[in-house]
Design a binder for this molecule. Structure first.
Ligand code: SAM
Length: 213
């Protein structure tokens, strides 16, 4: 994602602890207390500028949403939207998905969303793909036993790779769409990348992959 360096981003996170809780690992096992309710937790990895997570949170007020984003300069745009819209069931974390098990206790999360994840097309970068088996291990650890990964991308190569990775892991594949915008699509909330690529005529691929309990 193209980004301008925004050195003030971290100060802005610190000024809004109600949206960006400090010291995420200290919340491990206590996310219900952060949200002050028992609602299920849905996690999006790589939120970009936050259009999807905020849109989902508005439509699903009985779900708590946690968004992870590696880049502070990108995440600050999501924070600006969150402040503007005053949505209360979202928390943003400027963290790497590799550290998920330091942030969440086992079984603390109900669903994971991956949207337009970086494709890392070179074979030697396979381990960086967010659907590589070591990431699936992390999602499996933090999620309830039958938790689901909902995945969207415009990248055919990454989609094929991910279907293979999910099924090699023993996950059940549901709702596989090879052309989301030309299929019966209910309640789809678009991401920034999805808007950009679908406007150019690219196909959008989607699937739901469920861990076996
Ligand atoms: N999901 C957004 C969308 O669909 O518009 C953004 C897609 S962008 C291609 C991928 C985003 O994932 C980038 O903002 C990147 O910084 C973030 N990202 C990549 N690897 C990550 C990781 N290991 N942990 C957290 N965020 C990550």
């Amino acid at each position: 994602m193209r980004q301008r360096n925004k050195p003030w981003a971290e100060d802005m996170f610190a000024e809004h602890p109600q949206f960006v809780p400090a010291n995420a690992p200290e919340r491990k096992g206590n996310w219900k207390e952060v949200f002050e309710n028992d609602n299920p937790i849905h996690l999006e990895v790589g939120i970009g500028k936050g259009q999807f997570i905020i849109g989902m949170a508005k439509r699903n007020p009985d779900v708590n949403f946690v968004g992870l984003e590696l880049s502070a300069s990108v995440m600050v745009s999501a924070l600006e939207k969150l402040i503007e819209e005053g949505v209360t069931n979202v928390r943003l974390l400027n963290e790497n998905a590799q550290d998920l098990t330091a942030i969440f206790e086992g079984d603390e999360v109900n669903r994971v969303y991956l949207n337009f994840s970086d494709p890392w097309p070179k074979n030697r970068h396979e381990k960086r793909r967010l659907t590589y088996k070591s990431f699936l291990d992390l999602y499996r650890f933090v999620m309830k036993p039958d938790g689901e990964v909902h995945f969207k991308t415009d990248n055919q190569g990454l989609f094929e790779y991910s279907l293979h990775s999910f099924s090699a892991y023993g996950m059940i594949l549901n709702q596989v769409s090879l052309d989301l915008h030309r299929s019966e699509m209910e309640n789809n909330v678009m991401t920034e990348y999805e808007e950009k690529f679908s406007a150019k005529g690219s196909r959008i691929y989607r699937c739901e992959a469920q861990f076996r309990s």
